[in-house]
Design a protein around this ligand. Structure first.
Ligand code: URA
Ligand code: CA
Length: 434
């Protein structure tokens, strides 16, 4: 293999690295044979000079192959995975999994716990009593073949190269590089066994990508990587200038997902799920166009099949399916409900999504560190969104808490929702890329 110092020089001069050079570099770095200081210099060179299409493909594949790769070939059909670049109160996965499965596309979901404003999909599902993801790989495959849907906990050592590189980027100011972000995300999806990938790239104040142009570039780069390695990939650029839907919290989002599967969910969440779900059903080969896919999804919300699929899924993994019919009784409930009211009349002009996420986390809805204990009942319900008019004293947000003192959350909420005499209209779906 070439010496790392020569490879750094190559990238520094913006010359192209070969497939073998990139593969060798990632293999050696994974085995600790290349020191962090040399990889840091390489990352900085990539940060400034970018990567060609071929280099991007090679880097992504080398990272995907650096650890365990999940084999889903025993599952019939085209396995489509969805990835979101993160946001606040994003309930889409909980809705999409049963919705897409109900039209016949297999949803084989691997899920982990995480840090953030609310728990991961796993934590949310665990607010359903008895529901568990401790199933064997064989059970997982059998369940997807039978019901088109199952969730299993993340195991194995997926993309160790990405883990090491991500940690290094964090401390070398090289996180904000589109080729590095794109290859990082796509390497994990590829190693997780997806045949096809749907990406939800968020943009706005509550997103990692604050402006639409950067989000577009990231989405296009990821779509190009996916297609260059033989995984059909599509992307949606969606708005995160305010939280999605109304619920931020674990049990609250399960309730919101049930409402949405019944056709009674918030308009923005419903629309985004239909757009992403259409791409998943289309790439999953169960519809011949996006329009046909959307019609199938809408039909299964109307005729109750999407909700029925959610019940089957819950029961198959140990949960009580009646939670769907009696959520008020069977989901964890908070002891205190505190209404946050408007101090003046006006129109909601700004909601700082990130900070509302922090307000929910302070109540126990999310983890600050991996040891934090979640309160599955805790969270927020937003009764007003950007563009809505409010009267003096009208309730804007309801806090759900098991702690009586929620002063810090109330302050965060009040400081981060602005009223004005008018609001700029928001676009939910900025672009669809395929
Ligand atoms: N998420 C990832 O997985 N990787 C990045 O580089 C950025 C966000
Ligand atoms: Ca939500």
């Amino acid at each position: 293999m070439v010496r790392m110092v020569d490879l750094i020089e190559k990238k520094q001069k913006n010359e192209l690295m070969t497939t073998e050079e990139i593969k060798g570099m990632i293999e050696s770095y994974t085995k600790d044979e290349i020191p962090d200081y040399q990889m840091s210099a390489m990352l900085m060179a990539i940060y400034f000079n970018g990567l060609s299409k071929e280099e991007l493909r090679d880097l992504t594949l080398a990272m995907a192959e650096s650890g365990d790769e999940i084999d889903l070939s025993a599952i019939e059909g085209i396995k489509v995975d969805k990835h979101s670049t993160g946001g606040v109160g994003d309930t889409t996965t909980l809705v999409l999994a049963p919705l897409v499965a109900s039209v016949g596309a297999p949803v084989a979901k691997m899920s982990g716990r995480g840090l953030g404003h609310t728990g991961g999909t796993l934590d949310k599902l665990e607010s359903i009593e008895g529901f568990h993801i401790e199933i064997t790989e064989d059970e997982f495959i059998d369940l997807v073949n039978k019901n088109q849907l199952a969730v299993i906990g993340q195991t194995g050592n997926i993309t160790p190269a990405d883990k090491k590189i991500y940690a290094l980027r964090d401390v070398t100011s090289t996180v904000g590089s589109i080729p590095l972000i794109a290859s990082s995300i796509m390497s994990k999806k590829i190693a997780s066994g997806a045949d096809a990938i749907v990406l939800d790239v968020k943009t706005g104040s509550g997103a990692f990508m604050k402006d639409v142009k950067a989000a577009e570039e990231l989405a296009e780069t990821m779509v190009q990587i996916g297609n260059s390695v033989g995984r059909d990939t599509m992307a949606v650029i969606s708005d995160m200038n305010q939280p999605l839907g109304e619920a931020i919290g674990n049990a609250l989002e399960v309730q919101e997902a049930i409402d949405t599967l019944k056709g009674q969910g918030p308009a923005d969440l419903t629309e985004l799920c239909l757009v992403l779900g259409s791409q998943m059903a289309y790439l999953g080969g169960v519809a011949s166009s996006l329009e046909e896919a959307r019609a199938m999804l809408e039909e299964n919300i109307k005729n109750g099949k999407a909700l029925e699929k959610f019940k089957t899924f819950i029961e198959a993994q140990g949960g009580n399916p009646e939670v769907v019919d009696r959520p008020e009784e069977l989901l964890p409930q908070a002891e205190f409900k505190i209404e946050v009211k408007a101090d003046e009349a006006g129109v909601i002009s700004k909601i700082n999504a990130d900070e509302l996420g922090v307000a929910a986390m302070l109540l126990g809805a999310g983890r600050e560190t991996m040891d934090s204990e979640l309160d599955l009942a805790a969270g927020l319900m937003l009764h007003k969104k950007i563009g809505d008019a409010v009267e003096l004293g009208e309730t804007i947000v309801t806090i759900y808490s098991n702690k009586e003192n929620v002063d810090a959350s109330i302050k965060k909420i009040k400081d981060n929702i602005e009223l004005s005499d008018h609001a700029e209209p928001l676009t939910l779906i900025h672009e669809v890329i395929h």
